[in-house]
Design a protein around this ligand. Structure first.
Ligand SMILES: Cc1cc2nc3c(=O)[nH]c(=O)nc-3n(C[C@H](O)[C@H](O)[C@H](O)COP(=O)(O)OP(=O)(O)OC[C@H]3O[C@@H](n4cnc5c(N)ncnc54)[C@H](O)[C@@H]3O)c2cc1C
Length: 373
């Protein structure tokens, strides 16, 4: 059986970022991806926002890795011509209760290290975005947007350059993981045929299926708290001229499942709104939400939007560790040595801000991988 150094399961933005960080000419790596192209799952179905690290609990991986990665992403984009724009973001508040809510948010965000945040009043909001209705807002100038595929292409190029060959193997689904010797036998179906390789280290970055992959290795995912709950978010696009240039967010809903329906400008000048959040049992990317519910949320801060201007656009599915009604959960990024799985590194529950955090996640995982070589 072929022996390799590292098998990374899943070629989304996280698996590709990890490959770009761990690739070496003297270390054989495979990145196994079940689809026929990389980045076809959650990494291409999101808001493409470069987050500043505003909402996450202090000391969490989500907060720390996002704050660390925000300037890294801008540097990567600048140096490697990944399309992006630092358009800035406002989180708007209408009424006393929402103002108190965003005051709490800016306090937490500042303690987490999010950069250059500022409370602004209604006049300043009007100067920045004349169509937006707000009594006050948090201004985040380091929030921006990027081309997620451009970022993945960059990580893919880096992995090839550093390793001297292309580590990504498409149309290859991992179907089994078994501890063998000082590593793992990784079973897969590649182009319809069954294969196995032996890997010293396995990195599980299988996104929506990371719990299934952990289970294959023999981890009791319910006992470990690794069961993933799929939480879908739909987007509606706007016809006509965008009424705002920046990212405009409401205060987040109190259920902690999403950031609230916000403007999602893209680099072509189109504007979408979304995503909402609802739990699902199957993976379908059909937009199923009620347009009027979206519209009612949007007109609270952009009153000129007509409901007929909104059209079902796309959706994405979050790999959430938090079940409906549960408090927010952090990313799981760990070498499972203490569970008896030396050489297995699990990444589970990598929902937002996983796109932004990807280069910092990759550095963290590379530190774990390097201990084996
Ligand atoms: C609606 C929505 C909006 C979001 N907005 C933002 C945002 O604006 N900014 C931000 O920073 N983050 C955002 N995120 C989060 C971000 O998109 C994710 O954190 C990130 O894309 C996760 O990347 P990943 O590589 O872990 O997962 P994925 O992109 O899902 O990649 C996992 C890969 O594993 C493959 N795979 C699974 N099982 C197997 C197997 N058995 N064998 C082989 N391959 C397998 C899949 O095919 C897939 O390609 C958003 C997410 C959603 C859902």
């Amino acid at each position: 059986m072929e022996k390799v150094g590292v098998v990374v399961i899943g070629a989304g933005v996280v698996g590709l970022a990890i490959a770009s960080e761990i690739a070496r000419e003297d270390r054989e790596i495979y990145v196994l991806e079940k689809e026929t192209a990389y980045g076809q799952a959650t990494s291409s179905r999101n808001s493409e926002v470069i987050h500043a690290g505003i909402y996450y609990p202090k000391g969490s991986l989500k907060a720390d890795l996002c704050v660390e990665a925000n300037p890294m992403i801008y540097e990567i984009c600048r140096e490697h011509n990944v399309p992006h724009s630092r358009i800035g973001k406002i989180i708007v508040a209408n009424g006393e209760e929402e103002i108190r809510q965003i005051e709490g948010i800016i306090k937490n965000a500042t303690e987490c290290g999010a950069r250059d945040l500022e409370m602004i009043d209604a006049d300043r909001v009007h100067e920045l975005e004349p169509n937006v209705k707000a009594d006050a807002a948090i201004l985040s100038p380091t929030t921006g947007i990027l081309d997620a595929h451009g970022l993945m292409d960059h990580f893919h190029r880096e992995a090839r350059r550093k390793g001297g060959s292309d580590p990504v193997v498409l149309d290859t689904e991992v179907t089994g993981l078994e501890q063998k010797g000082d590593g793992y036998e990784v079973e897969m179906v590649s182009g319809g045929e069954a294969f196995s390789v032996e890997a010293r280290v396995v990195v599980n970055s299988a996104g929506l299926h990371a719990d299934t992959v952990a289970e294959m290795a023999g981890i009791d995912v319910d006992e470990a708290g690794y069961r993933i709950h799929w939480c879908k978010g739909d987007y509606f696009s706007l016809t006509g001229r965008p009424p705002a240039r920046m990212l405009v967010y409401p205060p987040p809903p109190l259920d902690a499942a999403s950031l609230g329906i916000h403007t999602v400008p893209d680099l072509t000048g189109r504007l979408k709104f979304g995503p909402n959040a609802y739990y699902v049992d199957e993976i379908s990317y059909k937009v199923e939400s009620d347009r009027d519910e979206f519209w009612r949320d949007i007109v609270k801060y952009l009153p000129m939007i007509g409901r007929e201007d909104l059209h079902p656009d796309m959706s994405g599915i979050r790999a959430k560790l938090q079940a409906p009604g549960d408090p927010v959960r952090d990313f799981v990024i760990r070498h499972e040595e203490d569970k008896g799985f030396t050489g297995l590194i699990n990444l589970i529950g990598i929902e937002s801000p996983g796109l932004t955090a990807s280069p910092a996640i990759a550095e963290m995982v590379a530190g774990m991988v390097d201990e084996f070589f």
